[in-house]
Design a protein around this ligand. Structure first.
Ligand code: SAH
Length: 415
């Protein structure tokens, strides 16, 4: 399909290619990254359009809105983006007409003056709910009541409007300061037959239908058993952990972002999942604490951001020695680096599974299952116990056993 602004916008690097060609390109890329591994065909979308459930746009002084031109802060005005659904466009168009009507002051970054910096839209596709986040330089939005009333009247899918106050001159869009202008400050979506609260700052997979396929593969590779304790690291709002909780004994999630962590706690309650707990901490520090406490962990799921994980995280896995690690990645190049660290601690993998979460862009999501290399050979030692030559006296066995008794375990106090 043709996009009139694709050249200037630059977000969809592959839009000029047929979709099957895009998938081949992604697979070739991964095959080069993982030359020793069996790279499976990419699981693509039937209809690779309108799949994104989140967009952040900026406005210019003419009230045109769009994404920034590649590596610049020039807005490329858009009417319709092929990656977003009708409702997103309808809400954006209404916001634009209200900004015009109320003569909203638009932020000018050169002069560092003005009120409105960005608009973030989040859609819950299954429930048809919309969250609108207005990012502004000030917490005082005069006329916000009328603005919200008019917006909700024209677009009933809008369940909440949040004002995010970001005074800093930075390319980071959101600050931690928020004021709910309308609704509850979050929307609820359904994913894998569970409900999830999504607030402005929390991570939520942007491609709903592909996400369900991705999580189904994670569950298949994890092969959950009723006695299994699983760590869901970099867990976001707890979606992966909750989707596999019913198959295992216990899930422990860890997430750095406070809002996502709070959403995760609420989500567990909302879905009445009781065998899951969450910790708001850096995943590496958390894993190191777990390793120090010699916690027993059967499996680890990891889904780090693009930067990948850390060597220290992997080293902690080397101490915890789970049977399996399911590694989900949104940047296979950092995953390839991390797999080398896994190799050093004796974890191996054979297959890479590819999911196209981001059609028309150069990005691809990958999953690998790592397991501990089994010893090449075993040594059988035959000993006879009792009195007599060549036999091991029984009273010595008790003493020997004492030497090998495990030291008392310090349990990680938060768990
Ligand atoms: N597994 C989730 C989220 C994956 S995105 C899902 O499928 O939705 C990666 C997540 O890692 C984000 O929620 C991000 O906030 C979190 N994160 C980033 N750095 C982290 C760190 N150092 N420790 C723990 N979580 C981190």
């Amino acid at each position: 399909m043709n996009c009139p602004i694709s050249k200037r916008c630059g977000s969809c690097q592959y839009i000029h290619m047929d979709y099957p060609q895009q998938l081949i390109k992604k697979q070739d890329y991964c095959q080069k990254l993982f030359p020793q591994l069996n790279v499976h065909s990419v699981v693509g979308m039937e209809n690779p359009y309108e799949y994104r459930n989140k967009v952040i746009v900026a406005f210019n002084q003419k009230y045109e809105y769009g994404l920034y031109e590649e590596s610049s802060h020039k807005i490329v005005p858009m009417q319709k983006c092929l990656l977003h659904d009708e409702e997103t466009h309808k809400v954006l168009a209404k916001i634009q007409s209200l900004f015009r009507k109320y003569r909203m002051s638009i932020y000018d970054e050169h002069k560092n003056r003005g009120f409105l910096k960005h608009v973030l839209i989040r859609r819950a596709i299954e429930t048809n709910q919309t969250l609108v986040v207005l990012v502004a330089t000030d917490g005082m939005f005069k006329g916000s009541k009328n603005f919200c009333q008019e917006l909700v009247k024209a677009c009933p899918s809008v369940q909440s409007v949040v004002l995010n106050v970001n005074k800093r001159q930075t390319s980071v869009v959101l600050s931690s300061i928020e004021k709910v202008l309308y609704g509850k400050g979050f929307i609820v979506d359904k994913l894998c037959a569970l409900s999830f609260k999504i607030s402005a700052q929390s991570f939520y997979q942007i491609n709903h239908s592909q996400c369900e396929k991705l999580y189904a593969k994670v569950a298949e590779l994890l092969n959950g058993q009723k006695d299994q304790v699983v760590l869901d690291t970099y867990c976001g709002i707890g979606t992966i952990g909750m989707s596999i909780a019913k198959n295992v004994k216990k899930v422990i999630g860890v997430e750095l972002n406070k809002d996502a962590y709070k959403d995760a706690l609420n989500n567990a309650k909302m879905n009445d999942i009781r065998n899951i707990s969450f910790y708001n901490e850096d995943a590496t520090i958390f894993m190191q604490k777990m390793a120090q406490s010699h916690m027993h962990i059967d499996s680890v799921i990891m889904d780090p951001p693009r930067a990948g994980s850390t060597k220290e995280f992997v080293e902690a896995i080397g101490i915890l020695k789970p049977q399996s690690v399911v590694y989900v990645s949104c940047d296979p190049s950092t995953q390839a680096r991390d797999l080398k660290w896994f190799q050093q601690i004796g974890y191996v993998t054979k297959d890479v599974y590819l999911y196209d979460m981001f059609p028309h862009t150069e990005h691809v999501e990958t999953i690998v299952l790592l397991s501990h290399k089994s010893p090449e050979s075993t040594i059988n030692v035959k000993e006879e116990f009792g009195e007599g030559e060549g036999k091991v006296p029984l009273d010595l066995i008790a003493e020997r056993a004492k030497k090998y008794q495990p030291k008392p375990k310090i349990t990680y106090k938060m768990i």
